[in-house]
Design a protein around this ligand. Structure first.
Ligand code: UFG
Length: 329
């Protein structure tokens, strides 16, 4: 099976491309390298530089690569930025994906795994969150992903394009080899920010809000290791190819950790007394997001291997310690 990975030079995309390639699948990567890194692309993968907003570029790549299926990660993903620049998000995340779907249909590629998000739910009515929970995004990023989910449903009905939508919770960690990891500019995610502080790249970490209705007053999130997530993409792809049924799955570990618990675990793993100061809440942050991933465990037998918080932080620490400036390119 040959898979075209759109956004395969980015964080989750490169870990998934690596996993596919380690398991002997043929991999082609399509990426504009705006956020991604060429050195994150697995050796031996075909590479097409292009932008999904350019229909001709993605159509040419599909024609040349002739993939059996597509996994799509190419999107902007900063919640805060999306609030200020919704058009940028809708143009890229919806418009770009629409180009991809059109090109897939015209070239006869019938299977896609689509990267969605817990942000599709918005403020949850109850936790853990199941796939049937209300979807009411509180920011344009979540809305853009939910909109593609809805487009997929109708495009499947009309054109038989089978999909698996994966709604991720908080992705963290790095490949166990230490060869690839998370490198965002700007970095907004908690675990890399905490580890950068451990490397003295910042004086302290600001905890966004200490007055939430949670056990210690700080926000609770469900952290999933990027390689366990990559594994879920492969399982989902194999399943839609085998059963021909479109699906939607949550992906998290089903256990919530507060910001203070993350800081505590990071101090333990790094041995550094990382300083933290409590600041105001960050706009748009729900107090608690914890996934029920029962559906993918039950239906596809997904089994996370790197589920312990220490292991997640340990692999991330290994990457950041050895690559304090991220990828070389
Ligand atoms: N946080 C801090 N200080 C920081 C950075 C983060 O206290 O310097 C807190 C945030 O307020 C939040 C938690 O740490 O409570 C996790 O924040 P992240 O930015 O790491 O992740 P988010 O939960 O905001 O976002 C993640 C994904 C998004 C996705 C969202 C779904 O990164 O892409 O989950 O809600 F949309």
């Amino acid at each position: 099976m040959k898979v075209l990975v759109c956004g395969g030079a980015g964080y989750v995309g490169s870990h998934t491309a690596r996993e596919l390639s380690d398991r002997g699948r043929e991999v082609a990567v399509f990426d504009n390298l705006e956020k991604g890194h060429m050195s994150a692309v697995p050796k031996g993968a075909e590479f097409y530089r292009g932008d999904l907003r350019d229909y001709a570029a993605i159509d040419r790549a599909i024609a040349a690569a002739r993939p059996d299926a597509v996994i799509d990660f190419a999107a902007y993903s900063l919640v805060g930025e999306s609030v200020g620049e919704p058009i940028k998000y809708f143009e890229n995340n919806i418009g770009g994906t629409l180009n991809l779907l059109k090109a897939m249909i015209s070239r006869g590629v019938g299977h896609i795994v689509f990267s969605s998000t817990a942000a599709a739910y918005g403020e949850p009515e109850s936790v853990p969150i199941t796939e049937d929970a209300r979807t009411l995004p509180t920011n344009p990023y979540g809305e853009s992903k939910l909109c593609v989910e809805k487009m997929l449903k109708w495009i499947d009905r009309a054109h038989g394009l089978r999909y698996s939508v994966l709604r991720y919770f908080n992705v963290a960690g790095a490949h166990v080899s230490g060869e690839i990891g998370e490198d965002h500019e700007p970095e907004t995610h908690l675990i890399p920010i905490v580890l950068r502080a451990a490397l003295n790249r910042a004086e302290s970490v600001t905890v966004y809000g200490g007055d939430y209705d949670t056990p210690d007053g700080t926000c609770v999130r469900d952290y999933i290791h990027v390689t366990d997530l990559a594994d879920a993409h492969i399982l989902a792809l194999e399943d839609i190819r085998k059963r021909g049924v479109s699906t939607t799955y949550n992906l998290g570990n089903g256990k919530g950790f507060s910001v203070l618990e993350i800081l505590g675990a990071a101090r333990k793993v790094t041995g550094v007394d990382i300083k933290a100061v409590t600041g105001p809440r960050r706009a748009g942050d729900p107090s608690s997001l914890v996934a029920s991933s029962d559906r993918i465990i039950r239906e596809l037998g997904w089994q996370p291997k790197l589920f312990s918080l220490e292991k997640i932080i340990e692999t991330a620490w290994n990457w950041h310690k050895n690559n304090p400036d991220g990828f070389k390119d």
